[in-house]
Design a protein around this ligand. Structure first.
Ligand SMILES: NC(=O)c1ccc[n+]([C@@H]2O[C@H](COP(=O)([O-])OP(=O)(O)OC[C@H]3O[C@@H](n4cnc5c(N)ncnc54)[C@H](O)[C@@H]3O)[C@@H](O)[C@H]2O)c1
Length: 344
């Protein structure tokens, strides 16, 4: 299969792309490469011409990009709540209109399968525990509202020749070539190691489901291999029941790995996001798949910090801080004319 992955150089993408290549697919990555191209360096060295990288923006793709493409995995976008709030109009142009135009482009070009990266954050403030794909959605952020709206837009295309599937990922953890230290398991592990301290925001009682980044990659690969009738028009929560934890409990687990860690409760308002999710639908589809535990991810990230494999001070691993930096650079360049005159 030829698979086009938008946002393929990001945290999930840079883990997914080698998994797809290993499975024998050829892959086209379309990305702005905000976090660099090097995240796909090892995959490019290993798989050569099977991997094509295209620097492009999902808001202005040309239909020719879809030539010969069998499946699209749509991961591109601003990927967390605070980064989305930096510039709501820009966020909507990418996470709403950009993603929706990619869906329409793919459908018009005759792409057979489309997998959209949604999020369990669409449940927002869950009414109950054990939320299923049929539960009501209560998105409490612009990020989550864009995800819910894009799901609706995707399913409006069902029955027009393209098999459409939305995957609601739990909060992801674990090592990836583009690291993210703005995700709960990763950041708590990093702070425990570098500062000896974990800060718990929002009261700590809020439920959150988690999933390892390699499990996300393998699930996407396996969804692409499912019969159309099993996945067309379907939403799947992606994660594992055992990885639903309260945030304070997550802090205790990190402290179990680094026992001298101090846990500090931040005096913040209760977190509006509180969701405990059921994953039975996915596990019924893929009964043999095992999912990595949170403790596995903590040890994995800790090992990489201890060995120096990842640099905790690299700005690119902090999504919002990096986007703020990029927008300041862009503003500076916009203010300077080509002849060097300062315009504003
Ligand atoms: N990581 C999680 O916990 C999680 C959970 C649920 C859903 N998701 C979703 O999965 C997807 C991937 O998340 P991630 O963690 O890999 O995020 P990421 O920020 O690491 O990756 C996003 C990628 O999209 C690219 N991108 C951004 N705007 C673009 C544009 N206009 N055109 C082309 N490329 C653009 C970036 O350069 C980056 O490589 C996102 O849609 C995210 O919302 C992630």
């Amino acid at each position: 299969m030829k698979v086009l992955v938008t946002g393929g150089a990001g945290y999930i993408g840079s883990t997914l792309v080698p998994i797809l290549l290993e499975a024998g697919h050829s892959v086209v990555v379309v990305d702005r490469f905000y976090f660099g191209k090097e995240t796909l360096g090892a995959a490019s060295d290993k798989f050569g011409a099977k991997l094509t990288m295209v620097q492009a923006d999902v808001r202005s793709l040309d239909e020719s990009i879809m030539a010969g493409v069998d499946a699209v995995v749509d991961l591109a976008g601003i990927s967390n709540d605070p980064s989305c709030e930096l510039d709501p109009e820009l966020t909507k142009s990418i996470n709403l209109r950009g993603n929706q135009s990619t869906m329409q482009l793919a459908q018009r070009a005759g792409v057979k399968r489309y997998v959209y990266a949604s999020s369990c954050s669409v449940y927002g403030r869950g009414e109950t525990t054990g939320l299923t794909e049929k539960s009501n959605l209560h998105p409490v952020s612009l990020y989550a509202r864009c995800k819910a709206d894009c799901e609706t837009a995707l399913f409006a295309l069902q029955g027009r020749g393209m098999c459409v599937t939305a995957l609601r990922f739990a909060t992801v953890f674990g090592l990836s070539p583009r690291m993210r230290f703005d995700l709960a398991v990763n950041v708590m592990t990093k702070n425990a190691y570098t500062q000896g301290k974990i800060t718990v925001d929002g009261g700590g009682k809020q439920w959150r489901p988690f999933v390892h980044v390699a499990d996300v990659g393998e699930t996407i690969r396996d969804i692409l291999g499912q019969p159309v009738e099993s996945v067309d028009g379907q939403v799947f929560n992606v994660g594992h029941e055992a990885n639903n934890v309260r945030v304070l409990n997550l802090a205790y687990r990190v402290r179990d790995a680094l026992p001298t860690t101090q846990i500090v409760m931040a005096p913040t308002d209760p977190d509006l996001r509180d969701y405990n999710v059921e994953f039975d639908k996915l596990h019924e589809l893929m009964p043999d798949r095992l999912f990595r535990t949170i403790d596995y991810g903590i040890q994995e990230v800790l090992g990489a910090l201890k060995s120096g494999e990842i640099d905790p001070d690299d700005r690119r691993w902090y999504t919002m801080r990096h986007y703020v930096f990029l927008s300041e650079v862009e503003r500076t360049y916009r203010q300077v004319a080509l002849d060097g005159r300062v315009l504003a």
